[in-house]
Design a protein around this ligand. Structure first.
Ligand SMILES: [Cu+2]
Length: 138
C-alpha cells in the first residue's frame, strides 16, 4: 500500500482547525469498553483524537485498518508506547495521548483492545469514516 504522505493533502488542510474527539479506554470502574465505542469522522478533515485511560489497567487503542487509511500528523503522548507505524497505542493507567490525523478513505473500521480477555469482554468499537461528498460507502 502506498504510504499516505502530507504531499497528498490539500495545502490548507494543516491550517484547518482540528475537530476534537475524546475517547476513554475503559473507565474508573475498570469496565472493558471504549467510551464512546462508536466514532464518526469525515474523510479529508482534520481530527484531534484525545485518548485517555482513566482505569487502573493497561489498555490498547488498536485500529490498524483505520490507521492505515489515515494520515497521522502527530502523536503526542506522555506514557504511550507506539508500535511501529501508528497502528496501535498502549495506554498505561492514567495515560493520555493526543493523536492528530486526517482520515483519507471512507469505510467502516474496527477498534479493539487486544489484551487477552479484553476484546472478549466487550472492549471493541467501530470507526465510521464517511466521504465528504456522500454518506456511507456501499
Ligand atoms: Cu483493554
Amino acid at each position: 500500500m502506498r504510504p499516505a504522505i502530507a504531499g497528498n493533502l490539500p495545502q490548507d488542510l494543516l491550517k484547518q482547525p482540528a475537530t476534537e474527539i475524546s475517547v476513554n479506554l475503559s473507565n474508573a470502574a475498570n469496565e472493558f469498553k471504549f467510551e464512546p465505542n462508536h466514532l464518526e469522522l469525515v474523510s479529508g478533515k482534520r481530527y484531534l483524537l484525545q485518548l485517555k485511560n482513566p482505569s487502573q489497567l493497561k489498555h490498547y487503542f488498536t485500529a490498524k485498518d483505520f490507521a492505515d487509511a489515515s494520515w497521522t500528523q502527530k502523536l503526542e503522548a506522555g506514557k504511550v508506547e507506539i508500535k511501529g507505524a501508528i497502528h496501535e497505542l498502549e495506554l498505561k493507567p492514567g495515560a493520555e495521548a493526543q493523536w492528530v490525523l486526517v482520515p483519507l478513505k471512507a469505510g467502516k473500521y474496527s477498534l479493539r483492545c487486544p489484551i487477552a480477555g479484553h476484546t472478549e469482554a466487550g472492549m471493541t468499537g467501530e470507526i465510521i469514516v464517511s466521504s465528504s461528498e456522500s454518506t456511507l460507502p456501499q
